[in-house]
Design a binder for this molecule. Structure first.
Ligand code: COS
Length: 399
């Protein structure tokens, strides 16, 4: 088992991560997954929390800042490297990744993409080290997919905004030091053009957290309501500064586009784990006088899963590379998330089928994975939202 010291960041603050150094990091992640994360999965499920020492080790490995540029204290991985690393990290229960996911993704990327130099300097180093935790507060009781029509109001009062409303299912809210908050500064009829992104420190007076949500799966992850009751923020808290008022929807969309590549990689990693478990079981379990892996109908379940994982992996990596080359990959990110997360759902279903009755038992690991992966097709844009994005981009490119 690696000691704490083995897990110090092994990438120094250079402006590029060369392949050799990156492979060493992947190797360290593989060992960490095998020796620390997988042995702690059952504990996370039972305690519904991530052990403090694991959080510390994730911080020491630098994983909270894996794609943050080195000038802000991150590892500086590009999108393609991030996708490869996240796939390996998500060989372990998704709850571990969730802990750092909002810092690597939706909670922090808005500041990275559109923040002022001062905002980046103030927040990104703490977020990269894991000393600060960021959450993304977009979803509301009445608005999730229809992000352009959120109702949380931010009303101008002198140099400040006074904000009231409720945000729902906010991942890591209980752990957050700051929120990337989307609120309405325009009229509801303005839709996307009346939404502003703010950086909201979690200790601002007027913020109340609801009880932690009880969920189908992903125990160890924490989500809850964030209730804002006349929360006062200066205009300088707008991401990008006061002149970026009413431009928060674009920030949110950019953040979600990027996050969709990350989630695709998660889906590939967790699907590979489920298939490896199912394959090992099929080689060990005997029926009709031979291992079930020698029965062709079971082979079909395994082969279909292997084929789909290979396809999703290739798609995710190609999309990540495209994002690195072009700076964005709106349609491809949606295609990847749609295909990879639906694929993970099918692989989970087949894996339970291979396990048979044993797979339906609460003590079986595969039952937990089956519940955990269901969320992938829902959060950060449902499969149906991805279909809309894909079709709209297709039409846009032809008109
Ligand atoms: N990148 C940058 N800008 C974007 C963008 C993107 N990917 N997508 C849209 N925009 C811009 C548009 O260009 C448009 O700008 P203008 O007003 O200047 O023309 C504006 O944003 C509004 O776009 P659009 O009209 O397409 O908005 P819609 O309300 O029709 O919504 C979808 C578009 C459905 C794609 C959007 O609401 C969405 O992604 N919803 C899902 C949100 C989500 O993932 N929720 C999960 C909870 S958050 S964890």
């Amino acid at each position: 088992m690696p000691t704490h010291d083995d897990q110090k960041p092994i990438i120094s603050a250079t402006d590029a991560v060369d392949e050799e150094t990156f492979l060493q990091l992947l190797d360290a992640v593989d060992r960490f997954v095998a020796e620390r994360l997988i042995p702690n999965e059952t504990r996370v499920e039972e305690e519904d929390d991530i052990p403090a020492e694991i959080i510390e080790e994730l911080r020491d490995m630098g994983l909270f800042g894996l794609s943050t540029p080195p000038e802000y204290g991150g590892l500086g991985l590009n999108t393609a490297q991030e996708a490869r690393l996240v796939e390996r990290l998500c060989y372990a229960s998704l709850a571990f990744r969730s802990l750092l996911g909002t810092n690597v993704g939706i909670g922090a990327k808005g500041i990275f993409f559109d923040g002022t130099a001062e905002q980046k300097e103030t927040y990104l180093p703490g977020l990269a080290s894991g000393e600060l935790i960021a959450s993304f507060a977009l979803t509301e009781p009445d608005n999730g997919s229809d992000a352009a029509h959120i109702r949380t109001r931010a009303v101008r009062d002198g140099d400040d905004y006074v904000i009231s409303g409720t945000k729902r299912f906010i991942t890591n809210a209980t752990r957050a030091n700051i929120f990337t908050l989307l609120a309405r500064t325009g009229n509801i009829e303005d839709g996307a053009r009346g939404v502003t992104a703010f950086i909201l420190p979690a200790d601002t007076p007027g913020i109340h957290l609801g009880p932690v949500d009880r969920k189908m799966g992903q125990r160890g992850t924490k989500t809850c309501d964030v209730i804002l009751d006349n929360v006062r923020l200066p205009a300088s808290a707008i991401i990008g500064g006061p002149e970026r008022v009413n431009q928060g929807f674009r920030t949110a969309m950019k953040v979600l586009d990027r996050g969709r590549i990350h989630i695709s990689a998660m889906a590939v990693g967790t699907a590979q784990r489920m298939l490896d478990m199912a394959t090992a079981y099929a080689m060990e379990r005997h029926q009709f006088g031979k291992p079930i892996c020698e029965h062709q109908l079971v082979q079909a379940l395994l082969a279909d899963s292997q084929t789909e994982i290979a396809a999703a992996r290739a798609l995710t990596r190609a999309t990540a590379q495209l994002n690195d080359q072009q700076g964005k990959a709106v349609m491809d990110a949606a295609i990847s998330k749609y295909f990879a997360t639906e694929m993970a759902g099918r692989v989970a279903d087949r894996a339970v089928q291979v396990f048979g009755g044993a797979g339906y038992m609460a003590d079986s690991q595969i039952e937990r994975f089956y519940r955990d992966v269901r969320l992938l097709r829902i959060y950060e844009g449902t499969s149906q939202i991805q279909q809309i994005v894909i079709a709209r981009e297709m039409i846009k490119s032809r008109t």
